[in-house]
Ligand binder design. Structure first.
Ligand code: SAH
Ligand code: ZN
Ligand code: ZN
Ligand code: ZN
Ligand code: ZN
Length: 437
């Protein structure tokens, strides 16, 4: 399956313009092109489908519009902001949250939710950390909401503050946004601001239109239309010299090209703001993603480099820090900032490599032959003279395949590389990189 990208005049599903796909076999297009939902890779979440050359009747178009309207959230963002204003005026004994509907309830609504699980006595602290109150949408294929562990979130925030940034465009990083919002409301001298762009509309219950935009990062769609787009544009203007950085942590299920295309549009919006000297520059960015996507990201953003820092998550059993006895996290920071400026914590085992001019994992040894610190996963890699590069410690050189690979492998090659890691020999579904399920 290959993505042909956002197409002009694409039909819309409830998640905005659909993306154009085609089935491929051995690198060649095969069969009819079709549109499918940009956001939901699981047909159960959104079953939108249309052949590219299909004639859609007026009646079906009308029905589709009706369907799209009916599949918008029950309350608008504006209504949710008003509801929130009323909610905070209530004494905490009258503040309830419905866990089934994932909704703050006003007293008049209790009745309707009487046989649902309710959380009572919602505190101001709880309202300031919605990512703790809402349950994470973990369905792998669509939302894949994996929340930063406090340590990683704190690290990211301190890092960007130390780098001199005062504005953060948080794209799919509700927990980072929440940490910034909450500090801003509590600490007088804290002067960082954040705008959250996320497809999870539940957050509109907690943030105003200036703090949250309902956004789809696979098709660069602002659900709030021109007004929301304008909010984002305004935020990107660096008034008073407040420098901005975009931080994003998208779901890992593929579609790197769709993400890259949206991020380029956000970067273009920044470049077009009336700031001087943006012409040849890129908006600074942290793209948080697994290390095995390195080559795919560099295809789209050649100016990016991958940092060794391992990003940890709260609700992902396998993506927690190595020191807890668990497997190490494969998730890294990709950035277009100069690597030497990204200082990684020595107390967590990172050190500075003077040759590479960047911080690396303690296990990442500088290879004299490659002349770089070559490990991607934090373990010590070994140099293979035949492959002329460093490889994973568990690999060995196979003379049949003429490359290094796992001891246990079948020596037959398939022409097409894996969709995820680009390597030959397996399909996406069997990619060893994704074997965290
Ligand atoms: N680690 C981050 C959360 C990353 S999980 C944190 O702790 O802040 C991925 C995030 O992307 C989720 O918040 C999810 O709601 C959002 N997301 C998933 N699909 C999206 C889409 N199509 N457009 C925008 N955001 C999306
Ligand atoms: Zn959809
Ligand atoms: Zn080095
Ligand atoms: Zn080497
Ligand atoms: Zn080899």
């Amino acid at each position: 399956l290959a993505l042909l990208g956002p197409a002009p005049g694409a039909p819309c599903c409830p998640h905005g313009p659909a993306l154009l796909f085609v089935k491929t076999s051995q690198g060649k297009e095969e069969g009819r092109r079709f549109y499918a939902c940009s956001a939901c890779r699981d047909r159960k979440d959104c079953n939108f489908f249309q052949w590219e050359d299909e004639k859609v009747s007026e009646t079906r178009l009308a029905a589709r519009e009706e369907y799209n309207r009916n599949h918008q959230p029950a309350f608008t963002h504006r209504q949710n902001v008003d509801r929130y204003k009323n909610f905070v005026l209530l004494p905490s004994s009258r503040r309830r949250f419905c866990q089934e509907c994932q909704q703050l309830l006003l007293p008049a609504e209790w009745e309707k939710h009487s046989d649902h699980q309710l959380l009572c006595d919602i505190t101001t602290a709880q309202l300031k950390s919605p990512s703790q109150l809402l349950y994470p949408l973990e369905n792998k294929k669509t939302n894949a909401q994996y929340l930063f562990a406090d340590r990683s979130c704190q690290f990211l925030l301190n890092l960007l503050i130390d780098l001199g940034f005062r504005r953060v465009l948080s794209v799919g990083t509700p927990r980072l946004h929440e940490m910034i919002q909450s500090k801003a409301s509590q600490e007088e001298e804290f002067n960082v601001r954040s705008l959250l762009l996320d497809i999870d509309f539940r957050y509109s219950q907690f943030y105003t239109e200036d703090e949250f935009c309902h956004y789809n990062m696979f098709n660069h769609h602002f659900f709030g239309g021109e007004a929301a787009l304008e909010t984002c544009r305004k935020f990107l203007c660096e008034e008073n010299g407040e420098r901005i950085i975009m931080v994003t942590d998208p779901p890992f299920g593929g579609l790197v090209e769709a993400l890259a295309s949206s991020f380029k549009k956000l970067m273009a919006m920044w470049r077009e703001t009336e700031n001087e000297g943006h012409d040849n520059k890129e908006m600074p960015m942290f793209w948080i993603f697994p290390y095995f996507f390195e080559s795919r990201i560099l295809d789209f953003f050649p100016s990016f480099s991958m940092m060794d820092y391992q990003v940890d998550y709260d609700n992902h059993a396998l993506y927690k820090h190595g020191k807890t006895g668990r497997r190490q996290s494969p998730v890294r920071i990709f950035t277009n900032l100069t690597p030497s400026m990204i200082v990684l914590p020595e107390e967590e085992g990172y050190r500075f490599c003077a040759v590479c001019q960047r911080y690396v994992s303690s296990g990442n040894q500088h290879c004299e032959i490659c002349n770089s610190c070559t490990s991607k996963d934090g373990r010590r890699w070994k140099h293979c003279v035949l492959c002329k590069k460093c490889v994973k410690p568990s690999w060995f050189h196979c003379n049949n395949c003429n490359c290094c690979t796992l001891q246990k492998h079948s020596c037959e090659k398939t022409d097409v590389g894996c969709f995820v890691c680009g390597k030959a020999g397996h399909k996406r579904s069997a990619c060893p990189s994704l074997s965290h399920a």
